[in-house]
Structures are given as C-alpha cells and as structure tokens.
Ligand binder design. Sequence first.
Ligand code: CA
Ligand code: CA
Length: 596
Amino acid sequence: MNHKFQEVDLMKRTLTSVLVASAMITLAAAPATAAVTDKDIENDAKSTGDVLSWGLGTQGQRYSPLAKVNTKTIKDLVPVWSFSFGGEKQRGQESQPVIHNGKMFVTGSYSRMFALDAKSGKKLWQYEHRLPDGIMPCCDVVNRGAALYDNLVIFATLDAQLVALDQDTGKVVWKEKIDEYSAGYSATAAPIIAKGMVLTGVSGGEFGVLGRVEARDAKTGKMIWVRPTVEGHMGTKDGKDNGISGTTNATWPGDLWKTGGAATWLGGTYDPETGLAYFGTGNPAPWNSALRPGDNLYSCSTVAIDVTTGKIVWHFQGTPNDGWDYDGVNEFITYKSKDGKHLGGKADRNGFFYVLDAKTGKFQRGFPFVKKITWATGLDAETGRPKFDPANRPGDPAKSADGKKGTSVFSAPSFLGGKNQMPMAYSPDTGYFYVPANEWGMEIWNEPVSYKKGAAYLGAGFTIKTLDPKEIGGDYIGAMRAIDPATGKIVWEVKNNAPLWGGVLTTKGGLVFWGTPEGFLKAADAKTGKEVWSFQTGSGVVAPPISWEQDGEQYIGVASGWGGAVPLWGGDVAKKVNYLNQGGSMWVFKLHKSGK
Ligand code: CA
Ligand code: CA
C-alpha cells in the first residue's frame, strides 16, 4: 500500500471528533513564581535546579551536569510518580518538559499543557487549547514542549498560534496567530528564548507554506522581526522592511519560491556567545524536484540568524534541490571541540553528519552516520556539498510515456530520515554526540502537481521499506550511536528493532538516556554503550528525557506515548510496528534510598 497525503483527511476527521473547549482548572493557589530572566536562560545548561529551555540550555546539548545518578548508582533508579495526560484519544507525546520553581510544565498531544508539582506529580492546572475544525498537521497531533520567560510558559499550537500562560494560574496572558491553519500552517516545535524574544518557526512544508523564523517580545507577544527562509521573500523588523532573504530567483525558477516551503518546523537553538539562532529548514515545495531546477535556498539548510538584526549571517545547505524530502530541520548543537574550536554539529535527515564553524558556518567535515546512503556518493571535502548520484534521483514525470509518473527509485535513507525530530545530545565529558539514528529506505517517484492553497503539495508517491539486514549488519531499524565529531567514527551503538523516535539525554554521571517505541526508557554507559538500566513505561517513548535536582536529589523524567510520523507515513515499517500501543503519560524517577 502506498501512503499518500489523503491520510491527512483522516487526521482531520479524528480531530473534529475531539474538539475540546478551552479549560483551565486551578486546583490550588500556589505562591507567586520568581520570574525567569535572560540571565537564567543563558545559564540554564549549568543550573541544575531547573530546566528552562528545550535542549537543557538554548545550545541544545542536552547534557546535565548532575552526577548523583551515575554508572554505579543507576541500579537504584526507581519511579517516583507517573501522571496520565488523559483525554479520549492518546497520540504521540514528543514533548520535553521544562522545570522551574519546583513546577513541571509539559505539553501533551492536541495542544494541551499540564503544570505539575515536579516532586509529587500532583496536577496544579491544565490548559486545553481550543482547536478548530480543519487543522492540517502532517505528522500527528504532537507538541514538543514549551519555553519559559518571566512568569510565562509559552507554547505553539496545532492551529499555528502562540499561547503564553501564567505559570502559576494557567491563565492566558497573550495569544498570537502565527498564520492561517487553513493554508496548511501548524506549529509543533518548542519555542526558544533569546534576548527577551521568543523565537519560533512554522510547520506545513507539505502544503507549500512560507518557511520563516519569527521573533516576538516574550512578555507581550508583539512581533519584532520575521526572517523568511525561502530566497526572494522580504523580512521585516519593527514593522518595516528589513531586506530580502537572498536574491529573488537566484536559486528558484519562476514563481515557485512564492510557495517554496523550507518550513522551520523543529524550531531552533541559540548560542549566546555567537548571538546567532540556528534554525533548520525543511524540504522545498513541492517534493517533485524536476519542477524546480536550482539549489532552492534556503531549503534543507541550517540558517544562522543574528537575533539582534533579524538577518541571515550564514547558511549551510545539506541537500540542494532536494528530491527526497530530506528536511534539514535537525538541531544544530554548538560545542567547544577538544582543540578549542567553537563548532556546531548536526545529524541531517539526509544521513550525513555535518561539523561547521559556529560563527561562520564554514564546513569543517562531514560523514555518514547511517550505513546506507544511495542519493549521494559522498561530500565535497572543501564545501560539504553532496556528490549526487543522478541515477538515484526520482525521475521527471514529464519525461515518462504518459507524463503521469516519473521513474521510481529506491532511496536510502527513507524520507523519515537517518534522523528525524528526536534531538541528539552532546557530552563535553566524552566529546561524543549521541545520535538516535534509523536505517531504512523507500520507493519514491514523482508525479505532476500544482499549488492549491490548503492542499498537499507534493507531486510524489512513496513507500517506506526496511533494508536488507546484510547491508546494515543486522535485523534492526533504530540505532543509538555515539559519534566522535572529530573523526566521524561510530564509537558504539545499541541497535533497536523499531525505529528510534525519542530524543537523548547525557549526564555528568557518565550516562546516556533514551526511549524506545517498545516502551523502554534506557540508560547506557556514555563511554562504552553498555546498557546499565531500563524501565518499561507502558507505551512507546518518542520524547527526550530530562534531568534536574530538587532538595538534594537528582530526578530523571520522560513523557511516554507512541505516535508521531512513523505510524502515519511509515509504509512497510508502520506495518511492522503496528502492534505498539498508544499512550500519554509523564514518568519521573530518582534513586531509591535503601534503609530509609
Ligand atoms: Ca538549568
Ligand atoms: Ca518535509
């Protein structure tokens, strides 16, 4: 069976049946919360009593300096509490919780937000965003988390709005529309904070939306700047024109740039040292690459934006003229290399891992982090530009006998990528990136298509397939891989039957934590990959774990609930894992104190 975009209609019907009115339940009057400041945000990666940002610090390293839970003590790690997100329909839970003042703020599927007592799991309040009929999320009704600023907790919704709630009461303080959901816009990424601004992207690359990054005053929601990620579009700052992104028609033919996609759907990271926000961009629209000869900037790229000026300082494109839906949205994580360089790493959906200069974007090195890549034979050593294999690009339907279907090719990775939305982690102790990778391929072909507002804009058909175990060294799809960015070597790996879809946490305690669709939260020795702990959460884990400290004890937390893009778009792989059950809950762990 071929998975086509009609499934979105099915999703819309599902959503219509669960329309929920906005509801806030304040159970107890809590003491007023100390405001989150820019200084707190910039110090987040070091402060152990809170988790203020998606990524445990805006650089996104997902490294906790806590070490009470370590390779020796982890045998005593036990659950403290679990909380059910409830609701009639459980779907993918991809959220990373944030923690402040002893409160946890975690988002759930269907644009819900829960405030919980971080120690006990007691519910403080719950907010359910009113979702209209006809929203068009491509890849399940997920949300990836919230940002904290001042007394606010801010998150994006499936109908492309930004909502800022009072941390204490859950009351709406401000609400802003990002764009029209009826034109295919939605929003699922966790916002990030930089210099008092809340930075967000947009979802909807399969509907020909205009990708961009927006910066608003985090306290009021007032727009400060907008930077389009498709070449030719005008940016704005303080309501005035702020220069066109790139040069109109330099890399796009005709009018295609007007509906060019390049959605910034996974959000971004921010490095206070460079003053740059790094946003990944998705596929150029439509998928059929025969229609748009050229590089199609800034699709499938990392775009570095000066948060003060709202202008693009540099970009690096992983897949020019993408023909495989290799969204380059993956997080760009800056770090200091062992030889003192300020670099950034990115495991791209296209199967290559890139190391770039954090300040200039200059290509340092790149290497595959998956075992099978068909679309390129390698990267140019100087520029990092892929060396395409023309025989492995899906063919132009205009050149077929009836003009309706281009030559079909088998491509790896599949369009769900060597890595997808699940964020990797970086440990300054080991110097390794911990990458949740997947080995799979697809049949893909092009078809004619024209843009229609609010309709899928692909011009492609596809079926995801498993790979021959002989080609990848075993019968598995997922693999947690420790990668040395200095050498490109896979130092260790832990294979997984189902595709990995959850993010990663690494700690000073020498551990790496990640979840599996089979429901396990796992921990391994960060140096060796030896599995040292696991716990069954009752449903698949597709979210990144966090760690924080409270009253002298270290906590680990993760959301559980199988879903996301794999069951919807996974073709043969979706069938292979269709035994997995849905869920929706938050799990928290700490060390059991024996004898007390
Ligand atoms: Ca912190
Ligand atoms: Ca895409």
